[in-house]
Design a protein around this ligand. Structure first.
Ligand SMILES: NC(=O)C1=CN([C@@H]2O[C@H](COP(=O)(O)OP(=O)(O)OC[C@H]3O[C@@H](n4cnc5c(N)ncnc54)[C@H](O)[C@@H]3O)[C@@H](O)[C@H]2O)C=CC1
Ligand SMILES: O=C(O)[C@H]1O[C@H](OP(=O)(O)OP(=O)(O)OC[C@H]2O[C@@H](n3ccc(=O)[nH]c3=O)[C@H](O)[C@@H]2O)[C@H](O)[C@@H](O)[C@@H]1O
Length: 429
């Protein structure tokens, strides 16, 4: 099938590469000309395990272009995968979606299935349909479908090839789209969940909000465990065997980040308030998450009474391991907070770069060893595998002080303590 994927970001590139691998003919378009130039040269602008290889394997049926209208015209199916970031009041910024709708309206001269993969608030797909009609596009020439994406960064390709479900939201009178979607995904084994446009949008937000709730819940429990000298892992192990609870997504730590949970929980809160529903739980989930970085700073301040000019090594900049994405990374918030307290911060991440302009007190190091050099304290801020296997005796020899703050509960306190270093964590007795 001839498909145009609009947006060459984490979701767009993964969608384009996976659909090409399934045998479709794909053109992935983006307004970012530099990105398209890079992709045409065979360089993948983001780090996502396996993506580069999959793109290069499928180069015969996967092209990249910045000619958006022309490539929409050629395709029978359009996937929208542009960004939907937060506005300052929590609403979703739909300007990128709006400009895609404008491009589609200019391009349509034959029938298109328009599939929204971007995460958009309830009502948006109905609105896309309405906007296209208002722009004079013949309703017989298109159908709008919602097909939200559930991939995780770091495991994006396998999540897309082996999803636990494929959610399709469509209009009641749309008799065409379901069979087209089934044809597109025919090599993927997963149940189809078919619902309305608003229903599919709500499934996506509910999924992210529920997962974020699990994280804030366990982070709150960890605060209580900390006061009663209880190990949080014992508690998660104890409750996780109950299939109604499950052991997944119950790792406590510095809080959730990334380009989706923070913005999507906020957006759902906004959608609720917009209809006069007070989403007390969603508000609490965000309040807990926003205070996690401070909780870890408070923990540290029991050991360090004056932060000014202290050298702190922060291991991890990305919002989670196996990605270079730093959007809403709690590690970045921690670095900024430490810097504002007067610390000298030395960071290291295997893939991610600090997302802000150089400041005198914050440095990024290409090697873990140089980041640790002369540090009063080492903080594990992202749970990369590399940080779980450190030789603490070697680390101790490079440090000036002896504090290790584990903000991801990913290292064994005992192993650290045996070297004479001081292990600091929340609810890790
Ligand atoms: N990153 C993730 O893990 C997941 C993201 N999502 C959702 O997917 C959507 C995309 O997310 P990401 O891929 O992370 O975003 P991204 O920011 O990595 O990529 C978006 C791309 O769209 C391009 N773009 C913007 N306006 C355009 C236009 N008018 N025409 C063509 N290209 C345009 C941008 O230049 C950028 O390259 C968002 O709605 C997000 O919430 C859903 C599931 C997972
Ligand atoms: O809509 C999206 O963009 C995506 O958001 C998340 O995926 P992602 O943001 O890539 O990463 P997760 O693995 O979900 O982690 C999110 C954050 O929660 C944190 N986390 C995760 C799990 C856990 O137990 N504890 C915890 O603190 C991670 O460190 C990270 O900061 C969802 O898991 C995906 O299903 C969804 O498609």
């Amino acid at each position: 099938m001839e498909i145009c994927v609009i947006g060459a970001g984490y979701v767009g590139l993964t969608t384009a590469a996976v659909l090409a691998d399934l045998g479709h003919s794909i053109c992935c378009v983006d307004t970012n000309i530099e990105k398209i130039k890079q992709l045409k040269r065979g360089e993948v602008p983001i780090y996502e395990p396996g993506l580069s290889e999959l793109i290069s394997k499928n180069k015969d049926q996967l092209t990249f272009s910045s000619m958006i209208v022309e490539n929409i015209q050629k395709a029978a199916v359009i996937f929208i995968a542009v960004g939907t970031p937060s506005l300052s009041d929590g609403r979703t910024d739909l300007t990128y979606i709006q400009s895609v709708v404008d491009e589609i309206a200019k391009a349509i001269s034959s029938y298109k299935t328009i599939i929204t993969k971007s995460t958009v608030p309830p009502g948006t797909n109905e609105n896309i349909d309405k906007m296209l009609k208002e722009k004079g596009v013949d309703p017989k020439l298109f159908n709008v479908v919602s097909n939200p994406e559930f991939l995780r960064e770091g495991t994006a390709i396998s999540d897309m090839i082996k999803p636990d479900k494929i959610v399709i939201g469509k209009q009641q009178d749309d008799q065409k789209s379901l069979s087209i979607l089934k044809e597109i995904y025919k090599s993927i084994t997963a149940p189809f969940i078919v619902t309305s446009l608003n229903g599919a949008e709500m499934i996506k937000y509910t999924s992210n909000a529920f997962l974020a709730t699990k994280i804030s819940f366990i982070n709150e429990i960890a605060r209580i465990c900390d006061k009663y000298n209880v190990n949080i892992e014992d508690v998660t192990k104890g409750i996780g065997t109950d299939p109604r609870i499950s052991p997944h997504f119950l790792s406590s730590g510095i809080g959730y980040g990334g380009s989706c949970f923070p913005k999507d929980v906020r957006s759902l809160e906004y959608s609720a308030l917009d209809k006069n529903v007070t989403p007390l739980l969603l508000q609490a989930v965000q309040a807990v998450n926003q205070s996690q970085v401070n909780l870890y700073i408070e923990k540290l301040s029991a050991f360090i009474d004056d932060f000014s000019r202290k050298t702190i090594a922060v291991l991890g900049v990305a919002f989670k391991p196996n990605t270079d994405d730093t959007r809403y990374s709690p590690a970045v918030s921690l670095i900024e907070k430490l810097s504002s307290l007067g610390c000298i911060v030395q960071t290291y991440d295997p893939k991610a770069q600090l997302p802000f302009e150089k400041v005198e007190t914050v440095s990024q190091h290409a090697k873990l060893e140089t980041a640790i050099m002369n540090a009063d304290c080492v903080i594990i801020a992202t749970d990369w595998d590399e940080f779980k296997q450190l030789n603490w005796l070697k680390i101790k020899a490079l440090m000036k002080g002896d504090f290790i703050l584990d903000a991801r509960n990913c290292i064994d306190p005992q192993v650290v303590r045996e070297t004479g270093l001081t292990y600091i964590g929340v609810a890790r007795s």
